[in-house]
Design a protein around this ligand. Sequence first.
Ligand code: MG
Ligand code: MG
Length: 259
Amino acid sequence: MTVKSEEEIELLRENAVIVSKTLAEVAKYIKPGVSTLALDKIAEDFIRSEGAVPGFKGYRGFPGTLCVSTNEEVVHGIPGNRVLRNGDIVSIDCGCQKDGFFGDSAYTFPVGEVSVEVLNLLKRTKESLYRAIEFAVAGRRVGDISAAVQEYVEGFGYSVVRELVGHGIGNQLHEKPDVPNYGKRGAGVKMPVGLTICIEPMINMGTKTVVQDGDGWTIRTADKMPSAHFELTVAVRKEKAEILSTFRYIEEVLGNSSI
Ligand code: MG
Ligand code: MG
């Protein structure tokens, strides 16, 4: 587990802003009829225009700039010819790298008109992330973050994916510590000032059980019910976490249709 200097946190912030703006650029094109590969191209072009490079492309052989995961897909969907349809939800997870540091952020978008039940899953998953961020404070333990997510979402009858977790971030995309979305208050490592972590609840409407596709990447719910995913990067500080990435640009694009 590495603690970052203020200079390193600035570089992480720069990357966090790039992924935040990339997701907003992609948001402009999320409509019925668009292919997931078209979204991937928009993201890659935008990242490169910012002087960064895609952070996921080539990571353990992943072929895309984005992970694009629809409906019952939880994470790690590979961009391709699949076309978004009215009523879908789509999780877009974006990584970039610039000046030796990484950015990593995710947002789940409704496509056209989505049922109230599914919109609630999205809203509550996002809310669980903000509740968790309240605990990214020096002296707190990772389990405080985990429990904040789990307690909130299980109150609605949702379930927390166990196999995939948040993580530290720095000059590696995935660093220590793991940041699970389930756990007990007071458990896990104590967080120091200057720790930088990605908190990313992955919340299923039905069972927590997930399965992996034969493509070696795509993770989907075993019961085919929808799953939501939101991710922000934060720096642990003394009184209050500092949020380095933001959904503000996305929500400016979505306007009244923001969830
Ligand atoms: Mg991510
Ligand atoms: Mg991540």
